[in-house]
Design a protein around this ligand. Structure first.
Ligand SMILES: [Zn+2]
Length: 279
């Protein structure tokens, strides 16, 4: 029988796992509905990894319709405790041009319509009633995961930017020039559409979460041409996906064992009663 457990989750596109041998596809249901797609389980660097295409394998889900709660829950339910989350972003500074890799340490939420907590006090279909819990989120990313990601990139001759602020917009449209200039004038680094609520839901499930932001374009307020186009985003991502995969797979091998983690993510709920069991 195929192994249906995993220890590390990678939320990203099919380009990241499609060449792996012995991938096991499993469908996972959750109290929050279905995740974006099946989980694809395989082995990387001796570690069990679950891949989840964030937008579905056919890219049919726009950022605001992704079931983020189901995605993180599904990963945790197969054993995942650490998540690497590559995403495409726009650069908000001229020096963060296409091809830049940035490992953010801060996040600003500019989304509008997304469910961003498990702790809403609303009874679930299975009868559990989540308590209202206020999760500490001052440092939204796992410090251990960030260090591993930066080191892995450097070892593959990719000098990743250490830290910066990812501002997450609702999408699916790109920013106007005025919005984009505002974001850069605030000192924020890159802009994306999926980093929230993915990061906070991971923290609520006591998962380690590390974003790897690949700049595919300069955002509208930073560049001088026509503005961001989807074609350009896909072209740059396609060029870089191989390199990104190498970095991710090295990072998978370098992450700590799940039961040896000593980061702040593990104690996310110290002092709180949740009202349900974590999967
Ligand atoms: Zn952590």
């Amino acid at each position: 029988m195929a192994n249906t457990n995993a220890e590390i989750g990678v939320i990203g596109g099919s380009g990241l796992y499609s060449f792996l041998e012995d991938v096991t596809e499993i469908q996972v249901d959750t109290p929050y509905g279905s995740p974006s797609d099946s989980l694809f389980l395989g082995e990387v660097a001796g570690r069990r990894v679950a891949f989840l295409p964030r937008h579905g394998r056919e890219h049919h889900l726009p950022p605001h319709r992704i079931n983020y709660r189901a995605n993180l829950w599904a990963l945790r339910s197969v054993g995942v405790r650490q998540v690497l989350a590559p995403c495409a972003v726009g650069g908000l500074r001229p020096e963060y041009g296409p091809g830049t890799l940035l490992v953010p340490d801060q996040l600003v939420d500019r989304t509008k319509s997304r469910v961003e907590t498990y702790f809403d006090g609303v009874p679930r279909p299975d009868g559990a009633v989540p308590n209202v819990v206020h999760t500490t989120f001052a440092d939204p990313y796992c410090p251990a995961g960030r260090a591993v990601a930066l080191k892995s990139a450097r070892a593959r001759d990719w000098e990743a930017v250490d830290g910066g602020t990812l501002v997450v917009i609702e999408g699916p449209r790109f920013s106007t020039r005025a919005e984009s200039r505002w974001f850069s004038s605030e000192g924020w680094s890159v802009v994306g559409m999926t980093g929230h609520p993915e990061a906070v839901l991971a923290r609520e499930l006591a998962l380690c979460y590390t974003a790897l932001a690949l700049v595919t374009d300069l955002d509208a307020g930073t560049e001088t041409g026509e503005g961001v186009s989807h074609t350009e985003v896909m072209r740059v991502f396609g060029e870089k996906v191989g390199h990104l995969r190498e970095v991710l797979f090295d990072a998978v091998g370098a992450l700590p064992e799940n039961d040896e983690r000593s980061c702040l993510c593990v104690d996310a709920h110290a002092g709180w009663k949740l009202g349900f069991e974590l999967p």
